[in-house]
Design a protein around this ligand. Sequence first.
Ligand code: NAD
Length: 482
Amino acid sequence: MKKQHFIANAWSAASEGESIPVIDPSNGCSLGEIARGSRRDVDAAVAAARAAIGETFDGPWGRLSACQRGRVMYRFAQSIIAHAAELAELEACDTGKSTKTARADAAALARYFEYYAGACDKLHGETLPYEAGYMVMTVREPHGVTAHIVPWNYPMQIFGRTVAASLAAGNACVVKPAEDASLSLLRLAELAAEAGFAPGALNVVTGYGHEAGAWLTAHAGIDHISFTGSTVTGRLVAEAAARRHCPVTLELGGKSPQIVFDDADLDAALPAIVNAIVQNAGQTCSAGSRLLVQRSVYEKLLDALADRFRTLQSGPPALDLDMGPLVNRRQYEQVKAILARAEADGIRVMMRGRIHPQATSSGFYQEAVLLRDVPHEHSIAQEEIFGPVLAAMPFDDEEEAVRLANGTDYGLVAGVWTRDGARQLRVARKLRCGQVFVNNYGAAGGVELPFGGVKSSGHGREKGFEALLGFTVLKTIAVRHG
Ligand code: NAD
């Protein structure tokens, strides 16, 4: 398998002929190669997108009515549903996620396009009361060409939530998938062309982040950048954007707490706590990686969790176990090193899961790990691990719970488990993060629910109608009619 870029509805060979190997994380073997994007490739993709929009929104994509855009997007959503099994298989072998997780991701991707297809013609400005003799209105216009830097943990879902919103607002897109997980997005670009998107409306350039990614985010032809990935790279992208005063949305992960009070329904909380850390083998920006438990129920909940962790299995994606392998050797070695450092610092492993016997030793398998009594200040309670590692610690009262929950550089998501209605609202309002889930975690995905962070988790909002607004520029038109 040798994959090219997809630009202006056609496959396009790497201009310098170079490629990047595609590694199967379940066994470390090569699956083929993708194109290593050059400056010329990035230029070609941006030029195609600009032509699709047109100088004054008069290009083949730019001149479509909102209703026409919505119809194309809806056709694409239907095509995604029809090709869900194929897309899920590509995603599973590229990223190592279980087939069932990849299928859920394909379903969510289709849902993003459905949601935003229906939103295209509900996006409007306002008329504003102003001085006599004036008629003042606002109109929402697309930025123009938007760049989308997508990470490897949820390629299809993150493509869905940023690209669908951008296209719905009338922008043309250039997507740079992660070098570790490009296959599903290349196939999606091809399906989009078949669904009727104008040439250049959606382009995918593959390559390394420090090359194609950096060139794209610094490109003078880009009018908005949407980035999802690490805090460090997010800073580089924000700096590149600042040099051109280019708007940027950053989604940079977190160290999200699950807070369990002593009146919580522990039976309901337990599966949600486990799922929030083992989902996608912990490689989830909103993973519930910290567990804060009121002291009076701490031992009871941890004993129950340990029983569950003992049974958790990591294995080949096709077996559909609790977890597949981690995405690549670097991530695998990073998680191992973090765990070794924690153990050397005396942090107690309460329970480990298992690696399935069919998992080959050359694959990047990491068993689930439950850590107890983790000091709040320790790096394992402060830094994103991006692996199936849950750090548990006790708290005494509500004030301490909020202080611990807010006590990291991140602020993406939080879970609160309590039956006390007043406390639910009080704590939800005090948490510094973008989403709070009460007596659930993640609300089953929630395409409609605005999502994003504060502090080092980033800024700007994805998902829901809010994301659509972020992909527009508000223009005010004041007419003096006397
Ligand atoms: P990364 O942030 O470096 O990569 C994310 C994307 O950014 C990829 O497409 C990459 O090619 C691109 N990129 C890299 N350098 C770039 C640059 N200079 N300019 C523009 N684009 C660039 O993440 P990583 O190195 O693959 O993973 C490292 C850590 O990041 C993980 O361990 C995890 O903690 C975190 N991460 C977070 C998320 C998230 O959803 N928030 C996703 C992936 C990784």
